[in-house]
Design a protein. Sequence first.
Length: 604
Amino acid sequence: MSSARTTAQAQASAQAAASARDSANQVVAPANEAIITGGPYQEKDTSAGLAVLVGQTSKSLAEQQAAAAQAKADEAARAAQSAKDLAAQASADAKAATQAAAAAADDAARAARAVTEARTWATKAAGDSGAAQTSADNAGSHATRAWDEATKAGTAAYAAHADATLARDNATEAERDAVSARTTATKAETDAGTARDIAGKAETDATAAEKAAANAQTSAQEAQAAADRAEEQRRKDEEAARQALLVEEHAGGDPLNLDDTHILLVACGDACLADHNEAAGLANQDVIDWIRGEGLDIVFEFIGVNDAKKCFGKGDVKSCLLTAMNLGSLGAGLFNPKKAAEAVSATTKIATRLPKFFAAARAARQVVNESRTLITESRTALSRGPVSLPALARGGGYVNTLLERFQGKPCTVGDPIYKPVDTAHGNRAMGMEACLDKKYLETHSGGAPSVPTPGLQWAGKYAGWMGLRPDGAINRCHLLADVLSGPGDNPANLATCTRQANTYVVGDGRLRETMRDFEVDVTKQIDGGLTVHYTVTPEYSGDRTVPATFVMMAYGTDGSGLLHWSRSAVVPNSFYSPSRQLWRNLGLAEDPNTKLPVPVGSTP
């Protein structure tokens, strides 16, 4: 219920209570008159006595009702004042208040009319005091009417009390509504402030976004310009590279001599040597020889070799060749439609395949250059402590020097012999010799590495510097493999090595010969019934404590001592860095600052 309606009801209740009070007070006067008029006759006339009794009772009742009405009127007035204060904040309900006030006014008017009637009858009773019987009758009638009016006043007083209670309740509800309205208004103001803040931030963000978009457009334009410059530079570099390949013949250099072959084998093994030889052959190939090898040399019937080479250095090879062929054929008067068509087809193939040839030639030249750089660096490292390889045999194999000791005498099966560790150089392992057969391996077992090896921590750091994961690139290699009963807790049987030297790896940088390959072959021969005489010797460069190579030799004989199998290999202790596209040998490393060999001494 609205506060305006509450105010109107409170005011109406107050007015009704006041009217009831006035009505009750006005009943008192006629009752007094009836008592005064009928008093002299009450002893003689029962009607007069009854009139006096009724008048007295009416007076008493009217006085009580007047007092009660006055109390209710006061309470209603207080409620009306409270509702009026609240109604000041809720003027929207004025119409309802007016209607309630009008209803209360009607009730008050009816009470006033009743009072007027009572007063008229009282006056008439006073005017007829000479006729006692008539006055007594009229007094009784007026007393009855006063009783009725007093009853009405009482009823109005109770109604006023109910309206006052309702007005108080409505005033309380109106106060709660006002508090709720103030709370809602406060929240609305807070929300409005938040909205203003968000709008301000959105405007700031929009400005920043607009600026960023402008910067992005500028950056995109700069990036496009840079890309254009890079493409132009690439085209120029490619053309220059083509010209260099055309001008510089025999870019692969001469074949490696025996010393360089030895050094390259130590540095990176058979695979590295094979890659170098293949790259050198491609780098030494002349473009004219390549065209002839492709079966496209019909173009030379229409254009000279020198003119063709000039076109090969151009960006648009096909257009250049076709233009030169047209001029040549017309000038010489040798135009032949069939051959011309074949020459045009060959020209198209040359233009298509030539970029691939130049790319392969550039890559081959890079491999050759890296190999020669590695040979130069390794030669310097080896000069501080040469690594002795078994004598190189013709055709790139090795002479099995272990066989020089055989001379038809089989070995005696027993426990392997380990050379004492080199205490002067970090306790580095020096070699192993064993004579094994199937029965021995069935009763003896090996173990995984469980002790540190000289230079192990240094090798991990070196591998990390080369862009490799240390725990994947560096191992502890057995001289006598664990599958061949080699222990993992004997420092004389372990050396720091690369993963690529130890076993087969996936991806770039595989060595053709690994220690694992050799060990598998030895195991196979023993399982086949042979007795195998087997040696593994780590070779060091100078004072370094990590091997540069592992020299592996073995031969197998049957029960009668007849030789059935032999094998030898030199496994370089090298790894390959894909990120740097470089081979490096752990046993040939130097400190980049001092250029001294590392690791040495007790370096962990």
